[in-house]
Design a protein around this ligand. Sequence first.
Ligand SMILES: *Cc1c(COP(=O)(O)O)cnc(C)c1O
Length: 321
Amino acid sequence: MDTTLPISFDDVARAHQRIAGVAHRTPVLRSRTADALTGAQLFFKCENQQRVGAFKIRGAYNAIAQFTPEQRAGGVVTFSSGNHAQAIALAASLLGVKATVVMPHDAAATKRAATEGYGAQVLGYDRYREDPEAIVRALAEERGMTVIPPFDHPHVMAGQGTLAIELIEEVGALDVLITPVGGGGLLSGCATAARHLAPRCAIYGVEPEAGNDAQQSLARGEIVRIDTPHTVADAAQSRSVGRHTLPVLRALVDGIVTVSDAQLVETMKFFAARMKLLVEPTGCLAAAAVFAHKLELRGKRVGIVLSGGNVDLARFAALVA
Ligand SMILES: *Cc1c(COP(=O)(O)O)cnc(C)c1O
């Protein structure tokens, strides 16, 4: 174990105990058609069927559950394009903590409504002009709230990794594990779990072509910031990886590949038509890389994270039309 990294396998294992009975143990699905198309054995971990429709409840609950009584009294504040927002709102309400969420004005209507539905206060910002981190920092100072960011926090990262524990427990050691990458919370947590449970497993992240900041950051060994990318993968529009996620990605991840928006849409169609699954564009990143043959997977046992399923039906229809 590398003790210089911000999270260890024990952190992920403890998170897994903390979220038991709160987050769903999501199903792992197979598809003969997908296996035939790729020549690999694919195991799809279906976090589109998770509570709040994405894996983010894992990290959010793991973080708020560790608040001190003082932090619980002050409440939690965060920024998010949607899925983390809903996760913080639900986790906070389950734990009796007040939540405030700073969300882009153009966030999906379903995401905003769901966040408010869980009892959180939602404040809007312009995702192409304003810095949500600064808005949140100011709110935290003024109102004594604790910031739980969407990815760059050890408790969030450890929580996200719990899905890799479940996946490997269920299907056995994998040759390859592939997850989407936004800010790297999901990938860093999953890599930490997989490296421990299946030491020979290769670990890859996939991000949108329009915003390959994680790929650039790994190549340079330092955080590369980009402008907010224009992509259908709205849950992976982060402008950079984090100072906590980058060292874990550097230590444990074998590579980052990218896919186009068109490949994401093709993959969304595949899941709907062939597997009867509603997967949001960002949730298709890992699978799209596999279907587009971005990695050499023939004959391998491959875990693929379908990270979320939150897409307005009207938007889904427009994308697949
Ligand atoms: C947040 C999110 C991601 C990206 O996760 P990071 O931890 O930011 O890398 C991918 N897919 C979905 C559905 C998400 O909500």
